[in-house]
Ligand binder design. Structure first.
Ligand code: CTP
Length: 407
């Protein structure tokens, strides 16, 4: 297999130092990387660092090694161009189609997938000029991932932070895996909400009723949706997984907290996927202090009350064009139970998988059947949770286009 050729464009922002880590991840996993920094990026990290880490020459202008026509060749030969950090200035020049340095020339000549990982202050990210530039780049098929929320330069915090290099690397790997032909930002312009993980219902300050959901399937859904261009809100319940780059992550603990977060995020959502394992019941009372064992006495029974069914609520309240997806974890009569559950919950799609010892929960792979309201079943063979996630998004996208045809 030939080494995938990656161009790492680096804009002039403080987060340029994080691109060194991203570069290492590429080189250590067998990618050939050509770093193309902007002139101002070199004020943050010098050319020697990029050259030593990539093992390739580094230039910012088109006037070096002119006999090799680098302004055309580098872009033409790339399998992926990723720009991290993409500053407001790089986004503006890319959107305007400028060709005033080597990086912008590369962008004009590249025919491979292009990923922008913006980083800047919140005000710059929210400025209408930047919003329009991002929209232009997305419309043209580039993948512009959302910045993370967190500490910015100085004392500020807010949206605008470069996602962690590992998370950007994951996005790039996913894009490379799909290949240039299959690369699509078909979910661009859509807001999708995904719940993931398992709720915990406290009995007292140290104990809870919980379940074995790891959150891996929900996180895979979030990562694949980002890689296909969607705006993603991930409502995570007790999942100990790294934040996916480009997703807004909201944390919740109990079913009631999850419900509140999902309903709020869903207000303008085009799709909601309930991948979280939500506890059906919670302890009727939550002890203020730790419940002690009482010598010589039997334990008190734990009284439970019903939690609201979030999926049923979302399905009942959905607006036209919104697709609501549920999961069914079943141990017996998997398909029959799945069909009954699709009907009783009233959702558009139900992803049915068989659970039990060593199956689905916490594993990297999964097998499922996607059942559709109104008929239609898509069996998805055993494979990575991301492959199942892509099948689910395909089914969601089909429902959107079917809905649009009916309107
Ligand atoms: N779900 C929900 N709110 C709940 C319980 C479940 O939104 N209070 C959602 C889950 O996120 C999942 C789907 O409903 O998408 C199915 O959950 P599952 O636990 O398989 O089914 P239950 O409704 O709990 O039914 P049963 O326990 O009878 O299998």
């Amino acid at each position: 297999m030939e080494q995938p050729r990656v161009v790492l464009g680096v804009g002039g922002g403080i987060a340029a130092y994080k691109a060194c880590e991203l570069l290492r991840r590429f080189t250590e996993s067998g990618h050939a990387v050509r770093v193309v920094p902007t002139e101002s990026a070199l004020r943050f990290v010098g050319a020697a660092t990029w050259a030593a880490l990539s093992g390739a020459p580094v230039a910012t202008e088109v006037w070096e090694d002119v006999q090799e026509v680098p302004h055309v060749r580098i872009g033409q030969h790339a399998d992926l161009v990723v720009i991290a950090p993409a500053t407001a200035d790089v986004l503006a020049r890319a959107a305007a189609g400028r060709a005033d340095d080597l990086l912008t020339n590369v962008l004009l000549t590249a025919r491979c997938p292009v990923v922008f990982a913006p980083a800047m202050h919140t005000e710059m990210w929210e400025h209408p000029a930047t919003r329009e530039n991002v929209a232009t780049l997305r419309r043209r098929g580039s993948l512009v991932i959302e910045p993370a929320v967190g500490r910015l330069t100085g004392v500020d915090t807010g949206k605008g932070r470069l996602p962690e290099p590992e998370a950007i690397f994951e996005v790039c790997r996913r894009v490379l895996r799909r290949g240039a032909e299959a690369f699509t930002t078909d979910l661009a312009g859509r807001h999708v909400v995904i719940s993931a993980g398992g709720t915990r219902e406290p009995l007292d300050p140290v104990r809870f009723l919980g379940n074995r959901s790891s959150g891996k399937q929900g996180y895979a859904l979030a990562r694949t949706a980002v890689a296909r261009g969607a705006r993603v809100t991930l409502v995570a319940a007790n999942a100990e997984l790294p934040d996916p780059a480009g997703a807004d992550v909201i944390r919740s603990g109990t079913a009631l907290e999850l419900r509140e977060a999902v309903l709020k995020a869903a207000a303008d959502a085009d799709a909601v996927i309930m991948a979280a394992a939500v506890a059906d019941f919670r302890p009727a009372a939550r002890a203020e202090s730790k419940i002690k064992k009482r010598e010589g006495l039997d334990p008190e029974p734990v009284a439970l009350v019903r939690n609201p069914d979030i999926l049923a609520e979302l399905s009942a309240a959905r607006t036209s064009g919104r697709v609501v997806v549920g999961f069914a974890a079943e141990t017996d009569d998997v398909l029959a139970n799945g069909r009954a559950k699709l009907a009783s919950k009233g959702c558009d799609l139900l992803v049915v998988n068989e659970v039990g010892e060593g199956r689905a929960f916490g594993t990297e792979e999964n097998e499922a059947v996607i059942i559709e309201a109104g008929g239609g079943e898509t069996p998805v063979p055993y494979g990575p949770k991301e492959a199942l996630a892509d099948h689910i998004w395909d089914a969601v996208a089909r429902r959107w286009s079917a809905g649009a045809r009916e309107d």
